[in-house]
Design a protein around this ligand. Structure first.
Ligand code: DGY
Length: 331
């Protein structure tokens, strides 16, 4: 008998077909909302689950599912998974790094350009019929070329942003939990600085750090006050890293020039203060959303599930295990 797995959200039909060669698949191609109770009910008796970043797998859910052996997240971020609880229960957890790095960095660049050069605001201005004639100060923005980029969180995506910055003649500052090897810093032409220095000196601050208790509200009122009044803030990482209420206030009072946000505290809800200020570009968590990359993410999550559950002779090893400590005492 094939093991049973749940795919919590609609995904590419051929990925479901791929999984169905190895598993008895309970899919959700109608994309019905699965709240915590529905998720628990659907997971009863399942050996594995393919989750997305909005599915919360916490200690309570894990305790209720003694047969669960693998949780494979279709996202690089995994703040939705309680990793210590999964590890303690002997459940393999995987994510989808690498396949989305360049696509996400491309989008970070799009958000940076749109924010600094007021692209969304300009389009609204034109569509609203307010463009009557040229004027020297109409919708003037901030330069990206030749400016200073501050990258908070210098993992794969941060480094991909730094590589793009070279083409824009930018000075790159970064801050990270651990400093990069000197050879990598040299290759990226990036200088390690304190968080304070990064906030004070950067023209554009981009957030690409993982979310967790240590990074909750890493950017709040005090940090926004440290930034240049001409600076922009881009959040590509996760809601909760920025105190959205403090940011809305800083944008309203023009304490900083503008922000570009792809992620929000409590998304898909957005702080109402962000919806009423013009100097923010808002997108619905789409940084990795290219056809090719979303397909690669889905296929990697599926292959991880097949490997984590040893489903078939060609299963191999899961490629991106978040909790390798579990491998010796798997359920
Ligand atoms: C990720 O992969 O973490 C993206 O934010 C999509 O959720």
């Amino acid at each position: 008998m094939k093991p049973s797995v749940l795919v919590t959200r609609a995904i590419f039909p051929d990925v479901i077909e791929h999984l169905a060669r190895h598993f008895d698949v309970d899919d959700n191609q109608q994309d019905a909302v699965l709240d915590a109770d529905a998720l628990k009910a659907r997971l009863a008796g399942k050996a594995g689950v393919l989750t997305n970043a909005a599915d919360r797998v916490d200690a309570g859910l894990i305790a209720a599912l003694p047969g669960l052996r693998a949780v494979c997240n279709m996202a690089v971020g995994y703040n939705n998974l309680d990793i210590p609880a999964l590890t303690a229960a002997g459940i393999v957890a995987t994510n989808t790094p690498d396949v989305l790095t360049e696509t996400t960095a491309d989008f970070g660049w799009a958000l940076l350009m749109a924010t600094a050069r007021r692209v969304t605001e300009s389009e609204h201005y034109l569509r609203d019929g307010r463009w009557q004639r040229w004027s020297y100060d109409m919708l003037v923005g901030m330069d990206v070329y030749g400016s200073t980029l501050g990258i908070l969180g210098m993992g794969r995506i941060g480094q991909a942003l730094a590589r793009r910055a070279a083409g824009f003649g930018m000075t790159v500052l970064y801050h990270n939990r651990s400093r990069l090897p000197e050879s990598t810093e040299q290759a990226l032409n990036a200088r390690y600085v304190s968080k304070d220095e990064l906030l004070q000196q950067s023209d554009h601050v981009v957030l690409v750090l993982p979310y967790g208790p240590q990074s909750h509200h890493v950017i709040g009122a005090a940090e926004l006050n440290q930034m240049k009044p001409t600076a922009t803030l881009i959040n590509l990482a996760r809601g909760g890293i920025v105190d959205d209420a403090a940011l809305a206030q800083a944008l309203k009072t023009r304490r900083i020039f503008a922000a570009g946000l792809d992620v929000f505290e409590g998304e898909p809800d957005v702080h109402p203060g962000l919806l009423t200020v013009p100097n923010v570009v808002l997108t619905p968590h789409i940084a990795s959303a290219s056809e090719k990359t979303r397909r690669a993410m889905a296929m990697l999550a599926a292959d991880n599930l097949i490997a984590a559950l040893d489903a078939g002779p060609d299963a191999g090893h899961p490629q991106s295990v978040i909790n390798p400590a579990v491998m010796g005492h798997r359920r």
